[in-house]
Design a protein around this ligand. Structure first.
Ligand SMILES: [Zn+2]
Length: 255
């Protein structure tokens, strides 16, 4: 899927930045939004980051967000916000209040984390809902100025909230929850893969280089056949063998 993700407003403290209460909307939407983008990318989805950090006005900020979202055909546009004004829980705005399955699932996943489900609401008058071409949803995660919401948010953490939104919009479990591989096992596997990808490279004719190759490589270097780079000779195992073959051939021809 191709998903456009917008971290609500401009950066904190600039024109068009979000609500500030116990939580700072600009900062937290970036934590949630970028964690969500990471999850989507790791799952193989294409992410278009529709976040605008700075603008001269709120209108310019909104226009920029929509032009990023409309630059290519998206399967879904998701805007992340935090609410303010006193209230409790999570709500999702869609065009005409359409009950998009992605919106309803997001609310269900957020409810599992303890956030009150305030339902899908009519967001037809919201700029980013009205002016984006793709099916769009705007998530108001919770209220920045409600102490119990702020406490639940801090306790839960942006990553878990991103996972809830990921599961909501994709209908798939976040990768971290499945597969049963521990972090330690993952690191070990990753290590092994890296070793496979980066086989031994011989840069110098020294005791690290297999003895059977040293004389041949030295001859190849002396005769200018192997020149190397500024970082050394850069020879892998196959190239060592090539040097040996060239060396033997040269000796044979000289006889
Ligand atoms: Zn907002």
């Amino acid at each position: 899927m191709i998903i456009g993700v917008n971290c609500g407003h401009t950066v904190s403290g600039t024109i068009g930045s979000g609500a500030v209460g116990i939580l700072n909307e600009s900062d937290e939407t970036r934590r949630v939004g970028y964690a969500l983008m990471k999850l989507l990318r790791e799952a193989g989805d294409t992410v278009i980051d529709c976040t605008n950090d700075r603008a001269e006005s709120v209108t310019e900020n909104l226009r920029k967000i929509c032009s990023m979202a409309n630059a290519r055909k998206l399967d879904l546009f998701v805007s992340i916000h935090l609410n303010s004004g006193g209230g409790k829980g999570c709500e999702v705005f869609t065009y005409d209040g359409r009950k998009l399955p992605q919106a309803e699932r997001t609310l269900e996943e957020m409810a599992k984390l303890g956030f009150v489900n305030r339902g899908v609401k009519d967001g037809s008058n919201l700029y980013v809902i009205r002016h984006t071409d793709a099916p769009a949803m705007l998530v108001e995660v919770c209220f920045v100025d409600t102490p119990s919401d702020a406490a639940l948010y801090n306790e839960t953490g942006a990553e878990k909230i991103a996972e809830a939104i990921f599961e909501g919009i994709t209908g798939r479990a976040a990768a971290a929850n499945e597969g049963g591989m521990t972090m330690e096992q993952y690191r070990e596997l990753d290590d092994r893969l890296k070793k496979l990808e980066n086989p031994m490279i011989y840069n110098y004719i020294d005791s690290n280089m297999p003895e059977w190759a040293r004389e041949a490589v030295q001859w190849c270097v002396d005769s200018g056949i192997v020149q190397g780079t500024g970082d050394g000779l850069g020879l892998d195992y196959d190239k060592l063998w090539t040097c040996v073959v060239i060396y033997r051939l040269a000796k044979k021809l000289n006889k």
